[in-house]
Design a protein around this ligand. Structure first.
Ligand code: CP
Length: 303
């Protein structure tokens, strides 16, 4: 097992499969009347989010608490960052408080690697810029595994703003290791050619979803765009919205995923997101078990 989870570089298929197996055990813990195990008793986990989050931060905090860890939350907005303190000095300050693990989200690609370097403790990347969001990919893979009983040979189409998506990159990397086939689809300006080594690329959504077992819609990340990528959101929706008509072109029984936050009736139709084909709520639910499993492997293994 690797020391940190920054992306999937260096991770073996068997280690990743063991995390998914442990997530099944954590599911069983979460079904109990007392949803708590003592695995991380005496350990301290710090969530350090320099960018907003609902799902990832709260599910990591719940996961750590369900395993009896102490949790401290670093809130960038109310910290000494506003006085000019650097990322390095911030992390070294937290390190001096004997934190066992950092869970870090940052708008800059590569920031999680910096935290691993300066913090010394186990570091889990909760999303760095457009680069990686490995626990999101693990929970997506786990959702697919629970649905289909396997990952080998599945076809997964990811449609939307691929350029700015750490979720697309991490899913392409992870699902390839686990034997699934990924197609990335979006308008040409949002579909970087350098991802061709990780997945099939297409600008045609009908081509992307043909034979897909699962279709994942991605948000248009306007906060990461300085302009010029799309002529208009209306035109984008007409071609790329993941809706009932597009899903009709996928395999019978294909499911719909979205990592959230979703913009209803923009990249995904609200009616499809609420339909029986959607596994969006299950993704969130699985996020707690998967993050418990990751913390278990990285922290109990260290102990
Ligand atoms: N999927 C995801 O990372 O959601 P949050 O930004 O709410 O954490």
């Amino acid at each position: 097992m690797m020391k940190h989870l920054l992306d999937f570089d260096g991770w073996s298929r068997s280690d990743l499969e063991s995390i998914l197996e442990t997530a099944q055990m954590m599911d069983a813990v979460l079904e109990r009347p007392v949803k708590k195990v003592p695995a991380l008793q005496g350990m301290t986990v710090c969530t350090a989010f320099f960018e907003n989050s609902t799902r990832t931060r709260l599910s990591f905090e719940l996961a750590a608490r369900r395993m009896s860890a102490d949790v401290v939350t670093f809130a960038a907005g109310s910290s000494s960052l506003s006085k000019g303190e650097s990322l390095r000095d911030t992390i070294e300050t937290l390190k001096a408080m004997r934190v066992d693990a950092f869970i870090v989200r940052h708008p800059a690609s590569g920031a999680a690697h910096q935290v691993a370097k300066f913090g010394g403790s186990v570091t889990l990347n909760a999303g760095d810029g457009c680069r990686a969001h490995p626990t999101q990919a693990l929970l997506d893979a786990y959702t697919l595994f629970k649905e289909f009983g396997r990952l080998e040979g599945l076809n997964v189409a990811i449609v939307g703003d691929i350029r700015h998506s750490r979720v697309a990159r991490s899913n392409a990397q992870l699902l390839k290791i686990l034997g699934a086939k990924v197609t990335l689809c979006g308008p040409a300006p949002l579909l970087p050619k350098e991802l061709a080594g990780m997945a099939t690329l297409t600008t045609d959504p009908l081509e992307a979803v043909k034979n897909a077992d699962a279709v994942m819609a991605l948000r248009i990340q306007q906060e990461r765009m300085s302009g010029g990528f799309l002529p208009s959101l209306n035109e984008y929706m007409l071609t790329y919205q993941v809706n009932e008509a597009l899903l009709e072109r996928a395999k019978e029984g294909a499911i719909v995923l979205h990592p959230g936050p979703m913009l209803r009736d923009l990249e995904i139709s609200g009616s499809l997101a609420d339909s029986g084909r959607s596994r969006i709520v299950q993704q969130v639910e699985n996020g707690v078990s998967v993050r418990m499993a990751v913390l278990y492997h990285l922290l109990v293994g260290k102990r």
